[in-house]
Every structure is written in C-alpha cells, then in structure tokens.
Design a protein around this ligand. Structure first.
Ligand code: FAD
Length: 436
C-alpha cells in the first residue's frame, strides 16, 4: 500500500514511521523546507539550541518510546531542576506544588488567595476558569491556573475547555484542594515529569524520518478521491504535480486540513475551520553571565500586565546547555487574541522582553546574542466543547475509506500526544485496509 502523509511535524512523522515499520510504502510531503514543524534547532551566539518545543512529558510513554525506537536513548536526559517561580506582586515567588495550577495546599507564598468551596463536577464541558473559580476563587485562576495554561496552550482560562485542556483538574473531584494534595503525593512517587535530549529535542524529527521518502517544499494543494485511491496535488500553483496513492494521512494544522478536506469530508472540514490558533514568539538570549536565580524559570499571570508571559533559564534546566558555560534564557511572548503584541519588529520585541527579564531578575548584563523565533498559529485553542467537535471530525473521516487525520488540533498538543495521534491514525489505516 502506498500512503501519502501531508505534513512533516511530529504527528506526520510518527504516522509515517509507524506505517513504514508496518510495511507500507510511504511518501511524506512537507510544505516547508524542513521537517519538524514546531520542533526546530537553530543557532544563537554560536550555540545550537531548541527554538521551538524543548521538552517532552515523560509521564506518557509515546515520546520516550519513539526516542528509544530511533536510537536516541543515550541522549535522553531529565531537567536538572523543576523548581519554577511565579513572577507576581512585584517579585519572583517559588511556585507552590500544584496540579495544573490547582494548589495542593492553601499556603501559596503570597501568590494568590484561596477561597475553597466543595462543588460537584458537572457532566457538561465548561471553561477552566468557570470550574476553578467556583471552587477556589478567581484569584487562583488569575495567578496560578492562567499562567500555567498560558505556558502550555498560550490560551485563556475563561475560553479553554476543561475536558480537553485540563482533564486532570476535573479528575480532582469536587474538593479540589484535597484532590490536588492526594494527586501530588501520588505523582511524587512516579519519577521525573519531563525529559529532553542532549543537543535538543529538535534532533528527533530527522531521526524519525530516517529511511522514509521525504519531499520538502512540497505543499499539498488538494487531496481528491479517485476510483481506487487518492490523487494528491503538490507544489506551486504554477507547476502542480500529481501523486497517486492508496491512502492519505492529513497531519497539517487545522486551517490547512480544513482547506484540504473541504470536498472529501465537508463536516470535518467545517469543524476544523472553527478551531482557533494562538501565535507566540520565543526570544532566546545568550549571556556570558546570568542571574543568581537557580530555578528552571518563571511564569507570569496576565493580570500583572507584563510583556512576557514566561521565561525559561535553559542553562539552569538542561545540563547540556549549562555545559556550554553560557547563560541561556528564553522569554515567551503572546497568548491567544494578542496578535498585536507580536506586531512589533524583532529589535523592539527583543528589547521589551529583555526589560521584563531585567526587572524580574533585578538586573542582567547585555546579551552576547539573541534571536526571535516567531510561531504564527503555533498552538490550537481547545475551546469549550472541543471534544464534541473532534468527535464530529473523527466520525466524518471514518466514513471516507483511506483517509486519516492526526496532529495537535485534536486530542492534545504536547509532543507525546501528537505522536500518539499519528501512530493511531497509521494503525487505523492499516487495520481498515486489512479488513477490507
Ligand atoms: C513555541 C512552542 C513551544 C512548544 N513547546 C513544547 C514543549 O516543550 N513540549 C511539548 O510537548 N510541546 C510543545 N509545544 C507543542 C508541540 O510542539 C506541538 O503541538 C506539536 O509539535 C505539533 O505537531 P504537529 O505535527 O501536530 O504539527 P506541526 O508541528 O505544526 O506540523 C505540521 C506540519 O505540516 C506542514 N504543513 C502545513 N500545511 C501543509 C500542506 N498543505 N502541505 C504540506 N505540509 C503542510 C507544516 O509546514 C508543518 O511542518 C510547543 C509549541 C510551540 C508553538
């Protein structure tokens, strides 16, 4: 069976790897000039660093298993520290133990006021803010939950779906404080939460693609059904090439997937077109000396009105970055609906983010080098009701033989989640083919 994969991010790569390992003849079509999507290595101040995603959740197996399968085992590392801070009320305050921002104790280092109420968990989906504020008060939403959701989804707690973005909060039950205390105690026994690769997780895409037929600069314009399979139109509109295959996996983000599926799966396309994305930018600075702060970084509640929403001290977090002898700090800017914030040029963005870092840390030297990496449409926003939307998409796709979708738009944005989504799409395709 010949299968085309549309999109060479981690979801498409995981689907391609799974299909190739199971004996399919795979061609992976990537619109840009490189593989990896949101995973990207680049050079700043002479150092090779991750400019996009930089860690994977180690509590799910798919990311670590794939690293193992492609021979990167000896590069897998855990962060040197997971101590983080919240920059609020004018100072950096140690992050208390939480479950996605739900405190495991009422002692919060002056970060937020907790007003606990025991309220049953509703069956219907609600926003994360609505759920948490009814049980712990708005201050916990503003100063703990909002910055954590901002870090993962670049979204807003009053719009994001509880069931799709924070099922672990819903699972804490009607007494959130008690639930979080219990969950933290259980989690403490189960090892490191995150992992990375010496040299950066940006090495993963090429390793996964080894041995797979990859076509770069191959934007897919159209996928159309033929009598016995699919015809894929690829390349510039002035010079379109067609590729005939037996099946296709669309692993592109929702806006592109919606366009490609408009004819062949209109209900899915309609639902995909409704998924919003947040744009973010990461500014990476290399210094020859850094702050005395020893944690992995800090998050900032949007209510505090700063330019940056978070910072990671990569040289505190990762041993391989510390070994360079430089201090490396990444500041992140931008949440859903804040596109205007990113409209300033790189010089302005770099200066404004640096000013925030200097205030937070109480001073920093001039950087040796810096780089702005923009991620336009970087993160899908799972709005309230998102899982119903995904059910609609999956139902429609299931009616079309030889078609699958996967990626961050559906059931999780993290790297292990998108790998799982790619592998599941591949398995459904092979299962369907074998059954027919
Ligand atoms: C700044 C940032 C930092 C992040 N940090 C982390 C982190 O530390 N850990 C973590 O787990 N997750 C992180 N994430 C989330 C995670 O990296 C992404 O959700 C995930 O990598 C998305 O994978 P994907 O394959 O679904 O999509 P993408 O990575 O977006 O890949 C889709 C690919 O499809 C291609 N494409 C689009 N249209 C077409 C077309 N018509 N034809 C051909 N190709 C097409 C695109 O060029 C792209 O390469 C981060 C995300 C961002 C934006």
């Amino acid at each position: 069976m010949r299968v085309a994969i549309v999109g060479g991010g981690m979801a498409g790569l995981a689907a391609a790897r799974q299909l190739a390992d199971d004996g399919a003849d795979v061609v992976l079509l990537e619109g840009s000039s490189r593989l990896g999507g949101k995973l990207l290595l680049g050079e700043v101040g002479g150092l090779s660093l991750d400019l996009g995603a930089e860690s994977i959740l180690a509590r799910r197996p798919e990311g670590l298993d794939l690293m193992h399968a492609v021979g990167l085992d000896d590069r897998v590392v855990n962060p040197r520290t997971s101590d983080a801070a919240i920059w609020t009320h004018g100072s950096l305050r140690a992050m208390p133990p939480t479950v996605m921002g739900i405190p495991a104790s009422a002692e919060l280092n002056g970060i937020a006021e907790v007003t606990p109420h025991v309220v049953d968990v509703p069956e219907a989906d609600v926003s994360v803010a609505e759920f948490v504020s009814a049980r712990l008060g708005a201050d916990v939403v503003d100063r703990l939950v909002e910055p954590l959701l901002g870090g993962v989804y670049a979204g807003h707690a009053d719009q994001l779906s509880l069931q799709a973005t924070a099922p672990q909060i819903a699972a804490l039950g009607s007494d959130l404080l008690a639930g979080a205390t219990k969950a933290r105690a259980e989690a403490a026994a189960s090892g490191p939460v995150f992992a990375g690769l010496v040299g950066g997780v940006g090495q993963l895409p090429d390793a996964v693609a080894a041995g797979i037929e990859v076509r770069l600069d191959a934007t897919v314009r159209e996928v159309a059904r033929t009598n016995d399979g699919w015809r894929i139109s690829v390349g510039p509109t002035t010079d379109v090439e067609v590729i005939d295959v037996d099946a296709v996996v669309v692993a592109a983000p929702a806006p592109a997937a919606a366009r490609l599926l408009a004819e062949v799966a209109p209900d899915a396309a309609f639902a995909l077109a409704a998924i919003d994305y947040a744009s973010v930018a990461l500014v990476t600075y290399v210094f020859d000396d850094g702050p005395s702060f020893e944690g992995s970084g800090f998050l900032v509640p949007p209510v505090d009105g700063t330019f940056i929403k978070a910072a990671t001290i990569s040289s505190n977090k990762w041993g391989w970055v510390a070994d360079t002898g430089r201090t490396v700090i990444r500041a992140s800017v931008g949440r859903a609906g804040e596109a205007t914030l990113l409209q300033s040029d790189d010089t302005d963005l770099t200066a404004r983010a640096l000013a925030d870092l200097r205030t937070a840390f109480g001073g920093l030297p001039d950087p040796l080098d810096s780089l702005v990496q923009r991620w336009g449409g970087g993160l899908p926003q799972y709005a309230v009701g998102h899982l119903d939307r995904v059910d609609t998409i999956e139902r429609d796709i299931a009616t079309v033989p030889g078609l699958e979708v996967c990626g961050a738009a559906y059931r999780g944005v993290g790297i292990p989640a998108v790998i799982a989504s790619g592998q599941a799409a591949a398995r459904r395709l092979l299962g369907g083919t074998m059954a027919s």
